[in-house]
Design a protein around this ligand. Structure first.
Ligand SMILES: Cc1cc2nc3c(=O)[nH]c(=O)nc-3n(C[C@H](O)[C@H](O)[C@H](O)COP(=O)(O)OP(=O)(O)OC[C@H]3O[C@@H](n4cnc5c(N)ncnc54)[C@H](O)[C@@H]3O)c2cc1C
Length: 467
């Protein structure tokens, strides 16, 4: 075994494990450091006794041929096709999601439909000749949907989930996050098909400016998405890499333009580990602040300007084989904005006749729900009873768990702050940042994997050849 300092990968989620695999395959010595006691990150599972709860619904999907072939090869017959169904509640009615034009027209009052059509046509026509000097997510959504649909379906829901209204979001939030009405998507697809016909090309997943879309076939496993990550970790260990769990990276020690070591806190206390390079998948602003010495006041201010939305998850084991009428449901009038029923995911749930639900309560870490398990549990159970989904008597057990960095908030001006940090990192040739937290980008698991691979390739090419 080589005695050269390892390349340290911070985080054992999709991006970190994919990066580590790529480096190990290139003959590099790799050490993965993960602060949690299991691999997977956001795509992992929170354990409570024998039950494993996912961080909300996690479905594997990709149109990238390399990632798909790799995950299929890794999982074999354990990768199971999945059909998702989504219901969303508005005005006391349940709608399929993404919204279908026929549903919107057929289920809303005629006057609302007419007003929606008029404002949609007006905003579309207006959008062809005029764009506001400063765009935000509200201006984009108004243009795409018109005033009535925007108010009905987006304004209050977004404010409820994110804690800020669409007008406070950068336009990229609406462009990357909000699916368009089906007939608009149809036009997009027709244009894409025409382009492919003119210039046939193998579809590769772009990680720059990725627009979050559920594309390709959907898959799950009987143990959930996290089984893919656990298998990746097993394969990585088989290639000689070390994964240290429950080990938090507290500082990235900088000597001039190199990261020379990482300082960790783990079960054995503090340790300084010299390194040849670092791939960080921790939150990009935390990585900037972990550099010691720091990168100056401008970068520190930029780090402070990037904010993540947190989620408290309430996992509920229920004495019923299935609870929801769809695999997941969205609400805006309750404590939780989404609830998932894992009986739809082919999960192995013991004993037979029970299912696992996970309700997502978005919040800021300064909100009381972030730190008060009992408050969140009661809030969610009361809302489920009010919605006539579940009675408390059917609940076998409840497990509350959290993700501090669940969603990057694309607040107005976030692009400037992010660029300032990434530009500063550009002066440190043995440091790469990757993944959903590491690039502050709203991506799915397969894109995080791809980002990890790309970061590994870049770092490998820049470092001295492995001995
Ligand atoms: C509610 C929800 C539902 C989702 N559903 C889907 C879905 O259906 N399909 C899909 O493909 N994607 C889904 N995603 C997105 C997917 O979870 C992420 O894209 C993916 O898990 C990101 O992987 P990552 O490695 O970039 O980040 P993470 O998973 O966040 O990994 C970063 C890791 O770094 C560790 N870490 C952080 N700081 C430190 C430190 N200082 N020291 C040591 N370790 C540290 C963290 O503990 C974590 O394990 C969903 C996300 C959410 C929040």
């Amino acid at each position: 075994m080589s005695t050269e300092p390892p390349i340290v990968v911070v985080g054992a989620g999709c991006a970190g494990l994919a990066a580590a695999e790529r480096l190990a395959a290139a003959g590099r010595r790799v050490l993965v450091l993960e602060e949690m006691d299991c691999v997977g990150g956001l795509a992992g599972g929170a354990r409570s006794g024998r039950d494993v709860y996912e961080y909300g619904p996690h479905v594997f999907h990709t149109t990238d041929p390399e990632i798909l072939a790799d995950v299929k090869g890794l999982m074999g017959a354990d990768l199971l096709p999945f059909h998702r169904t989504i219901r969303i509640k508005f005005l006391d009615s349940y709608f399929d999601f993404p919204l279908r034009v026929s549903d919107v027209v057929g289920r809303l009052p005629l006057t609302t439909v007419l007003a929606a059509a008029a404002t949609y046509v007006w905003r579309t026509a207006q959008g062809m000749v005029y764009r506001p000097a400063v765009e935000n997510s509200e201006t984009v959504l108004l243009r795409n949907y018109g005033d009535v649909l925007y108010r009905l379906f987006f304004r209050d829901y977004i404010t409820h989930v994110w804690g800020v209204p669409p007008s406070a979001f950068s336009p990229s939030f609406a462009k990357e996050r909000i699916p368009r009405l089906n007939f608009l998507e149809f036009l997009d697809k027709a244009a894409a098909a025409l382009q492919r016909w003119r210039r046939p090309a193998q579809e590769r997943t772009a990680t720059q400016g990725f627009v979050e879309k559920v594309a390709g076939d959907l898959y799950t496993t009987r143990e959930g998405f996290h089984a893919i990550l656990e298998r990746m970790a097993e394969r990585l260990r088989g290639r000689g890499a070390e994964i240290r769990l429950s080990t938090r990276v507290e500082r990235l020690v900088r000597e001039g333009d190199r990261v020379a070591a990482v300082v960790t806190r783990g079960p054995g206390g503090e340790e300084t580990i010299p390194c040849a390079g670092v791939i960080s998948t921790m939150a990009v602003n935390e990585a900037a602040l972990a550099l010691d010495p720091g990168l100056g006041p401008e970068v520190a201010a930029a780090a402070g300007a990037l904010v993540f939305r947190a989620i408290v998850f309430v996992g509920i084991k229920v004495r019923r084989p299935q609870v929801l009428p769809a695999s997941f449901m969205y609400f805006r009038e309750h404590s939780f904005n989404r609830i998932t029923d894992f009986s739809y995911f082919s999960f192995h749930i013991e004993p037979p006749g029970t299912t696992l639900l996970v309700a997502e309560v978005t919040c800021s870490p300064s909100d009381p729900v972030w730190s008060d398990d009992a408050l969140t549990r009661d809030w969610v159970l009361d809302d489920l009873a009010r919605e006539k989904i579940l009675e408390r008597g059917e609940v076998e057990s409840v497990h509350v768990f959290r993700a501090r960095h669940a969603h990057p908030i694309y607040a107005m001006g976030y692009e400037r702050a992010l660029k300032s940090i990434l530009d500063a990192f550009g002066y440190l040739p043995n440091l790469e940042t990757a993944g959903r937290q590491g690039l502050f980008q709203y991506v799915n698991g397969h894109v995080a994997m791809k980002m990890g691979r790309e970061a590994a390739d870049r770092l490998h090419a820049r470092l001295e050849p492995a001995s």
